[in-house]
Design a binder for this molecule. Structure first.
Ligand code: FPP
Length: 239
């Protein structure tokens, strides 16, 4: 029997930042105010990761389904991404944090897409910490895109169908060099994965909290990590 052990600090934490709309509604504010307050929570989580030694953080900022939201809200969220880049790029350089963006970026407005690409490029050699932002992202789309790329490689004669195994699929995901998340946090009381990192979350520990995302700060992040540290991870093995 393989031994099980309490895990150390998670290497990679993935977060579904939920509850911005409800936070704003409770205060009679427009939804965008909730997203703005949520951007502060992003900064708080980055700080918590640095304090705790969590080296990889992935944030679900905008799902493929979010395109169905009112145009004004979509524009507001994209504006927040721009503000985030403007304000946080310095922090990325100071702390040698590599930024990655995952998702179908062809739908993102070209100016923002170029700005994102520039920061991704400028931080690509950093390896002290890794921030991945899922933008226009869907887990099924990511797997479908990997399947298409593999099929193209078969057609080009680069690989044979028999070469397609789990490792090959994983190698064709959007950020293949990022390790799978150890812990997935979802705020606001919802208990769903909502098409987030479907492949990568296979063995992640899941943590759900009632706290709304704009209220989620360093202390909440630390609580989630402490909860994770009490779990026994077995990866399908017996006790
Ligand atoms: C879900 O809350 C949240 C989002 C769709 C957007 C999350 C985006 C941010 C926090 C902006 C900043 C992000 C970065 C990386 C700079 P919801 O609107 O679905 O809330 P509700 O379920 O209460 O309506």
């Amino acid at each position: 029997m393989a031994p099980s052990s309490s895990p150390p600090v998670p290497r990679h934490v993935a977060v579904i930042m939920d509850g911005n709309g409800r936070w704003a509604r409770e205060r009679n504010l427009p939804r965008l105010k909730g997203h703005q307050a949520g951007a502060e929570s992003v900064r708080a989580c980055l700080r918590a990761c640095q304090e705790l030694g969590v080296t990889h953080l992935t944030l679900y900022a905008f799902s493929s389904e979010n395109w169905r939201r009112p145009e004004e809200e979509v524009r507001g969220l994209m504006g927040l991404m721009k503000t985030f880049l403007d304000r946080e790029e310095k922090v990325l350089h100071e702390n040698r944090i590599r930024l990655r963006i995952i998702g179908r970026l062809d739908r993102i407005e070209p100016r923002l897409r170029d700005h994102l690409a520039q920061v991704v490029e400028k931080t690509r050699d950093y390896d002290r910490a890794h921030l991945t932002v899922a933008l226009s992202y869907g887990g099924r789309a990511e797997i479908a895109d990997a399947a298409r790329r593999l099929a193209e490689r078969v057609r080009a004669g680069e690989i044979a169908p028999e070469d397609i195994d789990e490792e090959a699929v994983a190698a064709h995901l959007y950020a293949p060099d990022v390790p799978d998340p150890d812990l997935m946090i979802r705020t606001s009381g919802e208990r769903r994965i909502s098409n987030f990192l479907l492949w990568q979350l296979s063995y992640a520990e899941l943590y759900f909290t009632e706290v709304l995302w704009p209220d989620f700060r360093e202390a909440h992040f630390r609580e989630a990590v402490a909860d994770y540290q009490h779990r026994k991870r077995r990866f399908g093995r017996s006790e």
